[in-house]
Design a protein around this ligand. Structure first.
Ligand code: FES
Ligand code: FES
Length: 159
């Protein structure tokens, strides 16, 4: 099937089988390998990207469902000048990664959540619930939690 999607502001015209996942299309057809594949069945969240602003598990979505959609991957987080996104800066400052395999998924999960509701990080229960969505098997969740809180502060305009 012929589809066109926009990823990180760039249009991609793709010829994909109906069964091709968004994750495979992004990685193999668009060359956006920052999106990682772990479980490939919707459990780990490593493949999280934003589709029209909403966090999705790209291993569970078909590429054809994204015809005409705006997709954002971890490659699209940094500013046009190359400056790290507040979440990327905070993950680095708070040591919120070790092997880094889960990191693109956590960054996109948090980016989608904070852009929709910057106040989320101030609510410990909601933040904990958000972060339980994705699996990290080596860093532990406390540095990730601290990083998201720090990024939310940096992203909130001061009065
Ligand atoms: Fe998609 Fe694990 S690779 S949820
Ligand atoms: Fe290794 Fe999360 S940093 S799995």
């Amino acid at each position: 099937m012929q589809i066109a999607l926009t990823a990180n502001g760039r249009r991609f015209d793709l010829d994909v089988e109906a069964r091709r996942t968004l994750a495979d299309a992004l990685r193999d057809d668009c060359g956006l390998t920052g999106t990682h594949l772990g479980c490939e069945h919707g459990v780990c969240g490593a493949c999280t990207v934003l589709v029209d602003g909403t966090a999705v598990r790209s291993c569970l979505m078909f590429a054809v469902q994204c015809d005409g959609a705006q997709v954002r991957t971890v490659e699209g987080l940094a500013g046009e000048d190359g400056a790290a996104h507040p979440l990327q800066a905070a993950f680095s400052a708070e040591h919120a990664l070790q092997c880094g395999f889960c990191t693109p998924g956590f960054l996109m999960l948090a980016a989608g959540a904070l852009e929709a509701d910057p106040g989320l990080a101030a609510d410990p229960d909601r933040l904990r619930e958000l972060l339980t969505s994705n699996l990290c098997r080596c860093t532990g969740y406390e540095p990730i939690r601290r990083a998201v809180i720090a990024a939310a502060r940096a992203m909130t305009p001061r009065a």
